[in-house]
Design a protein around this ligand. Structure first.
Ligand code: ADP
Ligand code: MG
Length: 385
């Protein structure tokens, strides 16, 4: 849990001796819509949330890194040399922060030795990208302490490189972009091909809405799960359709794809193609009508992930159905799938009933109780002390 900046700085001093040079914060994210489209060069529409990871950091005169997290309070800091970092060389959670330092140097910047203490309020493994929050807080701290002027989009790429190579998770650029580019009251419309992004108004409070995150507590694993398999299906689909990426197909190309692809690959492709269209439609709806008109797009997105991409699970389907039955405006699973969280957009007045209905449905189905909480679009990564 996020301690106060003062407590975190005190803990840092206890652990490492000196005082931190500063504290850097980076948020988790919720993806409003656009699932598995990022690595297909497509569109995503995440927003930064008010839950964040904070790193207290101090530069050192040597090439040593010491890293600790309140996530594993019983453990002493891990000590490594910057020159000893290599893909596959770091086990466990430290692969994320150390991977970022490695990736910074791979990208041509010289990283100083560092003492790092991490603290987070982003639930881990709930589909809210605690991993990107961790990467981006460390990337921002290390870049600033290195004295180099690294752009936010380069920092996002550095976080992604760390996760792909040091952690070994073949994830796209969405999570880091949301964490670094988000703003309160806005979502980030990101074109994953060009890397360009634009803020889209998402002022839920002004419309009397809130967004519930329903953490199913079913754990997902990117490196070993179906994520890599879905990615391969998409690559195969693009190759067989003769395009560089599925981004290059539109809904009207699906009739042709049905004749070219095997049945399963076709459904995978159809999800990506229709999901890209739904992201563009969502931006349009948000701009012209506001978030209360998003229900049908969220519901269609969930059906596509459940039936075509097959990345839902009974807990996620139960959460979505119960929320909709209890009057939610819209609901869908979010994140990579196979567990993690669903989101339910509800009128604030209906939120208690939606929450109770989801909890009741989980209990009736014999599932572990979900953790339900409300999120708001929050600020992007920044130095906070
Ligand atoms: P998600 O990003 O959806 O939360 P991931 O599996 O991608 O899930 O990333 C979770 C992993 O990130 C954790 O298992 C841990 O290794 C690392 N992590 C996240 N937050 C922290 C933290 N505060 N301290 C240490 N490691 C963390
Ligand atoms: Mg993650």
């Amino acid at each position: 849990m996020n301690s106060t900046p003062h407590d975190l700085a005190a803990r840092f001093t206890e652990l490492f001796g000196g005082e931190p040079d500063g504290l850097w914060s980076a948020p988790g994210r919720v993806n409003l819509i656009g699932e598995h489209t990022d690595y297909n060069d497509g569109f995503v529409l995440p927003f930064a949330i008010t839950h964040s990871t904070v790193v207290a950091a101090a530069a050192r005169a040597d090439r040593t890194v010491r890293v600790a997290s309140t996530f594993a309070p019983e453990e002493a800091p891990l000590t490594v040399g910057l020159d000893d970092l290599e893909p596959g060389g770091v086990e466990g959670w430290a692969a994320y922060p150390l991977g970022v330092l490695w990736a910074l140097e791979q990208s041509g910047y010289r990283c100083p030795g560092l003492d790092l203490l991490v603290d987070s309020s982003v639930p881990v493994g709930a589909g809210l990208s605690s991993s990107a929050a961790l990467e981006c807080s460390v990337a921002l701290a290390a870049a600033e302490l290195s004295g180099a002027d690294v752009s936010r989009s380069d920092l996002a790429a550095i976080g992604q490189l760390a996760e792909n190579r040091m952690v070994g998770a073949p994830t796209g650029i969405m999570d880091q972009s949301a964490s670094l580019l988000g703003e309160a009251g806005h979502a980030v419309f990101l074109d994953c091909r060009s890397g360009s992004s634009r803020l889209v108004p998402l002022d839920l409070e002004a419309d009397g809405l809130e967004l519930l995150v329903i953490d199913t507590r079913v754990s997902h694993t990117h490196s070993t799960g179906g994520y890599a398999e879905r990615r391969r299906s998409c690559e195969l689909g693009a190759e067989l359709m003769g395009v560089a990426a599925l981004r290059d197909l539109s809904v009207k190309d699906l009739a042709e794809a049905a004749g070219v692809l095997d049945e399963e690959t076709f459904r995978r492709v159809r999800h990506i193609v229709t999901e890209n269209a739904r992201v563009e439609d969502t931006v349009d709806v948000l701009t012209k009508k506001g978030p209360s008109a998003l229900g049908p797009l969220l519901v269609a997105s969930h059906a596509s992930m459940r039936d075509d991409f097959e990345i839902s699970c009974p807990e996620l389907d139960t959460a979505v159905n119960a929320a909709l039955d209890a009057g939610a405006v819209g609901a869908r699973m979010t994140g990579g799938g196979f567990g993690g969280s669903a989101i339910a957009l509800t009128r604030s007045a209906d939120a208690p009933a939606v929450r109770a209905a989801v909890e009741g449905a989980f209990s009736a189905a014999g599932f572990h109780p979900p953790v339900v909480f409300s999120v708001l679009p929050g600020a992007g990564a920044a130095r906070i002390a």
